[in-house]
Design a protein around this ligand. Structure first.
Ligand SMILES: NC(=O)c1ccc[n+]([C@@H]2O[C@H](COP(=O)([O-])OP(=O)(O)OC[C@H]3O[C@@H](n4cnc5c(N)ncnc54)[C@H](OP(=O)(O)O)[C@@H]3O)[C@@H](O)[C@H]2O)c1
Length: 226
């Protein structure tokens, strides 16, 4: 499958490496290919410069946001929350139209220091804002509630634990549910219905960040007991 992953950070790289290992054609999108390849500084979460990672993952293509989105049959938004709408504008509405757009971003605003605020919330969400801006895309919020290592390997935590899908198009939610099972091994993603569920999925970050500080690990998740 042709898969576009918008973003060059740790989330994009983790997903790209996993999906490429499964035999998919992965197109990573960035604002400026030459500038991204020229970077020498360490990235978020201590990740190496993109060019170092790319040398270890030669099958993953790096392209502009527009070229990556054009190539993808499905598009994954792995851009910072505050940069997501700008990145998707660069990707181009025409390249998103009709496609499933999986939104993994969290609208974290670090401009006032730690802990971050949500740049959007309560009666709105980033997932909904993306859907409004790109009405022809089939936006599905998923995987934003777990660390990226866990996204691609739920077995890092023993036993059953949960991820969620939310989107206005039931066939898109079903497609993403199938991909989460097939690509990464999530047994039973919980279908939360329409995109207003993004409000809670994104607000979870307040508690996720506190749990991370308290537990000292990113290997934890929600288990919905019934
Ligand atoms: N870390 C995790 O495990 C985790 C888990 C769940 C969800 N998330 C969410 O996943 C997303 C990606 O996280 P990350 O840490 O991998 O990367 P990140 O540092 O949050 O974002 C990096 C990407 O954002 C792009 N970007 C930043 N500002 C932009 C702007 N103004 N216009 C266009 N693009 C812009 C950068 O583009 P360039 O490539 O051009 O520099 C880069 O590709 C975030 O929304 C995060 O909240 C993270």
């Amino acid at each position: 499958m042709q898969i576009a992953i918008l973003g060059t950070g740790i989330v994009s790289r983790t997903l790209a490496a996993k999906l490429a290992s499964l035999g998919h054609d992965v197109h990573v999108g960035t604002r400026d290919v030459a500038a991204t390849l020229a970077r020498t500084e360490t990235g978020s979460w201590g990740s190496p410069p993109y060019s170092t990672w790319a040398a270890e993952n030669p099958s993953v293509r790096l392209a502009s946001f527009a070229d990556a989105a054009a190539a993808g049959e499905v598009v994954l938004n792995c851009v910072s929350g505050t940069g997501s709408l700008a990145a998707l504008q660069l990707a181009g509405a025409a390249h998103l139209a009709g496609k499933v757009l999986i939104d993994l971003a969290n609208p974290l605003d670090f401009s006032r220091g730690m802990p971050p605020r949500l740049s959007i919330g309560n009666d709105d969400s980033l997932g909904e804002a993306i859907q409004r801006a790109f009405p022809e895309a089939r936006v599905v919020k998923a995987l934003n509630t777990v660390n990226c290592a866990l996204m691609v390997d739920p077995s890092r935590i023993p036993g059953d634990h949960d991820v969620f899908v939310a989107g206005n198009d039931p066939t898109a939610r079903a497609a993403v549910t199938g991909w989460l099972r097939e690509w990464f091994g999530w047994k039973s993603p919980i279908d939360l219905g329409d995109l207003t569920a993004s409000r809670g999925l994104e607000a979870w970050l307040h508690l996720w960040l506190r749990l991370y500080a308290t537990l000292g690990t990113v290997d934890f998740n929600i288990r919905v007991a019934r």
